[in-house]
Design a protein around this ligand. Structure first.
Ligand code: R1P
Ligand code: URA
Length: 317
């Protein structure tokens, strides 16, 4: 694959370097997940999908693209609205690739909603859904572990960044309808730069100094519910998105006062209960994922893109 433009590499067709998508392959409304199999399960809810589609495969009537860097993009329609699902793998760098490269190939406003898995340090049970209205970042302070003296605390905790409030509210409503309101929790998410040290897991093979981490997280944000590895970057980049991509879209400019071109939200399924040490079973994942999928697709199409909705509903599939 040969690329031009070292600043934002794209190939001759206009495909991005890592996600691999080009204009016309991605809808303005996008669900992002970590696990490609979760993306395939969600794709079964899209319009016109054959129920006999084999497990762990992409329905043949949908557009799909597996990139050489592990991203999987699937585009189709849900209740006739163009939507995409992008599996990104794990970690904050993968979320950064996803948000920036997808933004680069779509015209007009975008909605991005994450369906992830998480650990819970609150009372949520495995299989419950959490919808965080904001997220903060937990980063290992590598200098603390150096040998040259006092370098602060072992973990940096950032300020919280808010999700889009309308997306959060619609997610709570639709997840409650799909799973029952007793299984849906609101609160704050912590995005960690490791599954292990900065999520408070104990590992005698490394010096991590994280025995007090949960206490510190709760002192920092008492409503901290969940620990995972991407959501903060999604919320942060949505809030940092500029209107550059909207300049061509006069209808949007006329009707929407927002300074951002991306609105984002997230929800996550509790896989690890960190207080009781429970971990979700395969059967529970198989039960919860399709229900959460229904809640997330309904939410994705119920929030308005703003501007000329008709124009955007013709794009992306
Ligand atoms: C770790 O097991 C992974 O699971 C969570 C974390 O954020 C991390 O990516 O999310 P996904 O299930 O979406 O990958
Ligand atoms: N994903 C995470 O990042 N942490 C967990 O504990 C479970 C899923």
């Amino acid at each position: 694959m040969s690329m031009t433009n070292a600043n934002f590499p794209m190939d001759a067709e206009g495909r991005t370097y890592h996600v691999g998508v080009k204009r016309g392959e991605l809808a303005n409304r996008v669900i992002t997940v970590g696990d490609p199999v979760r993306a395939m399960i969600l794709a079964r809810s899209l319009d016109g999908v054959d129920p006999a589609t084999p497990a762990k495969s992409v329905p043949s009537n949908l557009f799909s693209l597996a990139s050489h860097r592990g991203f999987l993009t699937i585009t189709g329609r849900y209740k006739n609205v163009p939507v995409s699902i992008v599996a990104i793998g794990m970690g904050i760098s993968m979320m950064d690739f996803f948000v920036r490269e997808c933004r680069a190939v779509v015209d007009g406003p975008m909605l991005m909603i994450r369906l992830g898995s998480c650990g819970s340090l609150s009372d949520c049970k495995v299989g419950d859904i959490c919808v965080p209205s904001s997220s903060f970042l937990v980063q290992r302070n590598v200098d603390y572990f150096s040998e040259d003296g006092d370098n602060g605390s072992p973990y940096h905790l950032s300020k919280s960044v808010a999700a889009d409030p309308e997306i959060t509210q619609v997610l709570v409503k639709n997840m409650s309808a799909a799973l029952g309101e007793d299984h849906v929790w609101s609160g704050i998410n912590a995005t960690a730069d490791s599954f292990y040290s900065s999520q408070g897991r104990q590992d005698e093979n490394f010096l991590d100094e994280n025995q007090e981490l949960f206490t510190q997280l709760l002192a920092h944000e008492p409503k901290t519910l969940t620990l995972e590895m991407e959501t903060f970057v999604l919320y942060h980049l949505a809030r940092s998105s500029t209107q550059a991509s909207l300049k061509k879209d006069s209808a949007y400019q006329k009707t929407n006062g927002s300074k951002n071109s991306i609105r984002a939200g997230a929800c996550m399924m509790v896989f690890a209960q960190r207080k009781t040490n429970d971990f979700i079973t395969k059967d529970d994942v198989a039960r919860v994922e399709p229900l959460a999928g229904k809640g997330i697709f309904e939410s994705l199409i119920q929030v308005s893109l703003g501007g000329n909705e008709e124009l955007h509903s013709e794009e992306g599939s």
